[in-house]
Design a protein around this ligand. Structure first.
Ligand SMILES: [Zn+2]
Ligand SMILES: [Zn+2]
Ligand SMILES: [Zn+2]
Length: 340
């Protein structure tokens, strides 16, 4: 994420700001120019209306014509009904995570066509499980999210039950969008698909059997941490792709934020023989996975230490091995090639 300043008084804002705490200007986000804009200033060329979901989805994105949905909200095909107040609260939380997701996808130059633009285009069904069970997942361009996942208590219960080190709404979004991008970035019958199968395994493996095996018999194999970024990634090659792709998005976004705020690591302050000295300069990251990981690994050491100082869990509770880095390198090539 980038840093944003108030266009009127130049004080710092967040991506979610709707007004300036300093000068009280009403603000919105112009997703085309990727800038924070003062709303309703006469004579300006900027989009000057709030998204039709401004209140319902706590959306701060702007549109050209009053009553329109913004570029993010328009991708949502289904939401909780107006009487479901709990569901609607979760809906706003999910939409906020989705806006962060979409900002990054645009930033990386990844292609995106919505369900309103073409058949099979990207759609989000953000569903309350108040009436019936909802399964989070992706199928044929439709990402379904169980809005219970926006409830921290529910999410923590699920995290503990599944033995995950980390579970967030944005993480769900990044995992599911990975499924959407796999056939786009790795087309059927191409050398990329062959390489993908070498790295992640043969995705023709029966998915239902893989799921049964993972949940009802063997679970993740011993020693999985050497090859997989998470236990869930061991279930099926598709899930390995999605888990690893989500990590790639975590890394790119977090390094961009560090760079935007001028965060660098030059340490630690003690003498250490550690193989990886803590030098991270995220604004010097060049194309390719090598400099990206050179900046990322030391940054995670420092950020985890800082999180622990606040009594919080590690910001990045994962270990990247050479095998996992090779998968990330492949994804990096695809994103840079398939994007811009
Ligand atoms: Zn201001
Ligand atoms: Zn909106
Ligand atoms: Zn998945």
């Amino acid at each position: 994420m980038l840093a944003f300043a108030c266009p009127v008084c130049e004080r710092l804002l967040t991506f979610e700001s709707t007004s300036c705490l300093h000068c009280a200007s009403q603000l919105g986000f112009d997703s085309r120019r990727r800038a924070m804009i003062a709303v309703g200033r006469s004579g300006s060329q900027d989009p000057s209306h709030r998204c039709a979901n401004a209140r319902l989805a706590a959306c701060n994105w702007l549109v050209d014509v009053a009553g329109q949905l913004c570029a993010s909200c328009v991708l949502t095909r289904t939401r909780p009904n107006d009487a479901d107040t709990r569901g609607l609260g979760g809906f706003a939380t999910a939409e906020a995570a989705k806006r962060r997701l979409l900002f990054e996808l645009a930033d990386l130059g990844l292609p995106l066509e919505g369900w309103h633009e073409r058949e099979g285009g990207l759609a989000f069904d953000l569903l309350s499980s108040e009436q019936a069970a909802v399964t989070t997942g992706h199928a044929d361009g439709v990402i379904t999210l169980d809005l219970d996942e926006t409830d921290p208590a529910h999410r923590e219960r699920m995290r503990l039950r599944l033995g995950e080190p980390y579970r967030t709404v944005l993480g769900h979004m990044r995992h599911e969008i990975a499924h959407y991008y796999q056939p786009i970035l790795v087309p059927e019958g191409t050398p990329a698909q062959a390489r993908c199968r070498e790295l992640f395994g043969d995705d023709r493996e029966d998915y239902r059997q893989a799921m049964d095996r993972y949940y009802h018999s063997s679970g993740a194999s011993a020693g999985w941490k050497q090859r997989f970024v998470s236990a869930y990634a061991t279930m099926h090659p598709w899930e390995d792709w999605a888990e690893t792709f989500a990590h790639y998005l975590h890394v790119r976004d977090t390094l961009q934020t560090a760079s935007a705020y001028g965060v660098r690591v030059e340490g630690p302050s003690i003498k250490t023989d550690d193989a990886a000295p803590l030098h991270s300069r995220p604004d010097d990251v060049e194309e390719g996975i090598a400099t990206l990981l050179e900046a990322w690994i030391p940054m995670t050491f420092a950020l985890n230490a800082i999180s622990r100082s606040m009594g919080s869990p590690d910001l990045y509770p994962f270990v990247l091995t050479e095998e996992i880095e090779a998968k990330l390198a492949f994804i990096d090539e695809l994103v840079r090639g398939g994007g811009r």
